[in-house]
Design a protein around this ligand. Structure first.
Ligand code: AFP
Length: 353
């Protein structure tokens, strides 16, 4: 069936008709930017943009040339439409001001233009992540307008540039996946109402950081690795792609738990991932698909942001496993996970050899 398929445009117009109709137009502009980035990423070394740019980004991390181009693609495709009061990007220290040539609207677009870009030169899937907030009035956005809990997002999504390019998004009524049909240039609804399996036996974490994790995370991962010989009584599988978009996409497709927890590797950073344009949009997508997204000690979507590029611990995926790891954090914080040793009895124990 060629013409009866639901395109992204049809879907978002139907989903946002009425109060949020401008949101539909903004999502269509984001999709246009994603198509440009897909074409660029898909060229690989033929694009002529492999390797690093001269600069480092606001995170102090080496900036890839393709990071800069992806950032430009989203700014140029989205700044002119009249839906936006401002934008914020992982690649820009301060919020992006909509040029005076263009009308302003009441939406805020916050994004990581190319997540996982350290993988781009080794041909591993990368992606773009975006979050959309709304102000009550149109006009120029101030920094405070961006510092809102993830619960206030009106839409969120990501593009994954893999063997196929997909756009996965939510406007608050479920999480839905669209696949780019390169012949027609349309995104086609291929994964309506995605659901994350409640149970899983697959975990994703960068185990090279194990010595820096907090004890509850060390406890959880040790139990997964012990498999059927340990208290979990079942073997687990492990994955680590180092592209959050690819990890989250796998979890939406087949379940799993993704962890980039708080660690003491760099005390200045409570985790690696950024709240506004990585954790919050992914948390909305996962929760809309029936999964859970936590810092280990509370819902990510309830974290009150204090800074544009703030980092946060991320534990998300199949609800049963996320809730288990939250329980381990609580037991650790309350001391319930440590064996009770009474100094009194230890000195007077009848059984001490
Ligand atoms: P880059 O965009 O710098 O490649 O970082 C990707 C990322 O933010 C996230 O997508 C990965 O899950 C995580 O970092 C990988 O971090 P490690 O390289 O420390 O495993």
């Amino acid at each position: 069936m060629l013409f009866g398929r639901t395109t992204l445009s049809k879907f978002v117009i139907e989903q946002t008709r009425g109060q949020h109709s401008e949101l539909g137009a903004l999502l269509i502009d984001v999709a246009a930017a994603v198509k440009s980035i897909s074409a660029l990423v898909g060229k690989g070394a033929l694009s002529g943009f492999s390797g690093y740019a001269a600069a480092t980004n606001v995170q102090g991390e080496a900036q890839k040339k393709i990071d800069v181009l992806a950032n430009e693609a989203i700014l140029r495709h989205c700044e002119w439409g009249g839906q936006l009061a401002g934008m914020a990007s992982e690649e820009l220290e301060a919020p992006y001001r909509i040029p005076d040539d263009y009308p302003r609207g009441r939406y805020l677009l916050v994004f990581d233009p190319l997540d996982g870009s350290s993988n781009s030169d080794v041909n591993v899937s990368v992606g773009s992540i975006f979050s959309i907030l709304a102000r009550s009035t149109a006009g120029e956005a101030q920094k405070a307008d961006f510092l809102r809990p993830g619960l206030e997002q009106v839409a969120a999504g990501y593009a994954i540039y893999g063997p196929a390019t997909m756009l996965v998004l939510t406007v608050g009524s479920g999480t839905h996946g669209f696949t780019l049909d390169r012949e027609s240039g349309n995104f086609i609804l291929t994964h309506p109402d995605i659901r994350v399996p409640v149970e899983t036996r697959e975990f994703a974490i960068n185990t090279s950081n194990e010595r820096f994790w907090e004890p509850p995370v060390q406890r959880y991962v040790a139990e997964c690795k012990a498999g059927r010989s340990g208290i979990r009584g079942a073997d687990f599988n492990m994955r680590w792609i180092a592209s959050m978009v690819a990890e989250v996409h796998r979890i939406l497709m087949r379940g799993g738990i993704f962890m980039y927890p708080k660690d003491h590797k760099d005390p200045a950073k409570p985790g690696r991932l950024r709240l506004l344009y990585e954790a919050n949009p992914m948390a909305m997508l996962i929760e809309q698909a029936g999964g859970a997204a936590s810092t280990g000690r509370g819902r990510i979507l309830e974290v009150a942001p204090e800074a544009l590029h703030q980092r946060v611990p991320v534990i998300l995926g199949s609800r049963e496993e996320v809730e288990r790891l939250e329980r381990y954090h609580h037991e650790y914080d309350t001391g319930a996970d440590r064996p009770f040793v009474s100094p009194l009895f230890a000195e007077r124990s009848l059984f001490r050899d």
